[in-house]
Structures are given as C-alpha cells and as structure tokens.
Design a protein around this ligand. Structure first.
Ligand SMILES: [Zn+2]
Length: 211
C-alpha cells in the first residue's frame, strides 16, 4: 500500500497532446483517484497521536475527493476552448453542417461551395469561426474537395482514424470534423501534403473583410 502500480504511475505522467473527450476521461479518472487514496492512508499514520486515533482506511470515502466536474473541466480545456453540447451544435448548425462537422460525415465530391473557388482571403471553421487556412495555401487537387497544403499554425488537430488508414483533421478550437490529410502524393506544393476539406466545414472571409 502506498506505491501505485507501475501502470498507474505511467498513466499519471502521460500527457497526450490530443485526445478525445471519452478517451481523456478513461485516462484521467484512475490516476486522479490514486494520489487521493495514497495521501489519505499515509498522512494519519505518520502524524497520529493517542488523542487523535487513526481512522481505519475502510472509513475513507471510496470515491475521489476531486469532484467529477473538476475532472471534466481539465478534459475540456485540453480539447479546445469551444465546448458545446450536441444539442447546442444542432441549434446553430444546419443539418448538413451537423452531419459533417459533428458526425464526421463527407460531402459528395465536386459539390462543395469552395471546390473550384480561389478568391483571396481566409477560411474559417464553419462551426466556431476560428481561422483555419489562408487562400494562398489552397490548390486545385482535382479530387473534388477543397485542398490546402498547410493550415494556420496550431489551428488544426490530426488524429488517426480508428482503422488507422487515414489521418482525420479537426478544428483545434471546437473539434469540428474538417476532412483528412494526405502526405507524399506528389502534388507540387511546399509541404507535399493535401488537406482534403469539406467545403461545408469552412466559411470563406474575403481579404477585404478579414483585416
Ligand atoms: Zn471550430
């Protein structure tokens, strides 16, 4: 008693840079409990006196002393500043925006508003308004969706799909699904990356309005 198992100590120090809400809860909850129990058991033993009899560990509450709301707060802060419930997103997005941004859908190729669109400006997240791409990084990939070779610094998170075949890209601020990123396809761009983005996940702001 008093020393956490190796696996738990590893979990305490593991700080993944990007993690889904459900995965973060699974990761954070057990380590948050362990230090509380260890401290509760050890402190009375080392400082107890005959006048303050030590309470047996069995009377220590079995639940974590950190309220669940505090744990959720930590998780929310690490997954982006814009947090809304699914009901709130449904209220502000169109059904098609919700299907793609929040349910990770894909629009039909060649149908998007910005597929063959090359005006000068900034592309913002259609969900939360965070700037994501400059028009100067957009190129014509011919694939049927808007393509960018680079996102604005820190604006976009990357997460492997569950099947490990593709890398999903999401808005770092709200978690909205943008599309996927592909590398090494041979496009003549500075990064040799293609951010394949659903038009409906984006909102274009002309240069004349964005500065
Ligand atoms: Zn967003």
């Amino acid at each position: 008693m008093g020393v956490a198992p190796q696996s738990v100590r590893n979990a305490i120090h593991r700080r993944p840079p990007s993690i889904s809400l459900s995965a973060a809860v699974r990761t954070l909850t057990p380590p948050a409990r362990v230090p509380v129990h260890v401290r509760s058991f050890k402190t009375p033993l080392s400082h107890s006196s005959p006048r303050t009899p030590y309470k047996t560990p069995s009377k220590v509450p079995p639940f974590p002393l950190v309220p669940p709301s505090r744990l959720i707060g930590v998780v929310m802060a690490s997954s982006g500043p814009v947090q809304k419930s699914e009901e709130e997103w449904q209220a502000i997005l169109s059904p098609e925006q919700f299907r793609i941004l929040r349910s990770k859908g894909t629009e039909y190729p060649g149908t998007g508003q910005y597929d063959k669109f090359f005006a000068d400006g900034i592309y913002e997240c259609a969900g939360c308004g965070t700037p994501l791409y400059k028009s100067t990084t957009k190129f014509n990939s011919g694939c049927g969706w808007p393509a960018f070779f680079e996102g604005l610094p820190g604006a976009i998170n990357r997460t492997p799909d569950p099947d490990g075949r593709r890398i999903e890209i999401t808005c770092a601020a709200c978690g909205g699904h943008l599309g996927h990123v592909f590398k090494g396809e041979g496009f003549n761009t500075p990064t040799d990356e293609r951010h394949c983005v659903n038009s409906i996940s984006l909102k274009f702001v002309p240069a004349s309005q964005s500065n």
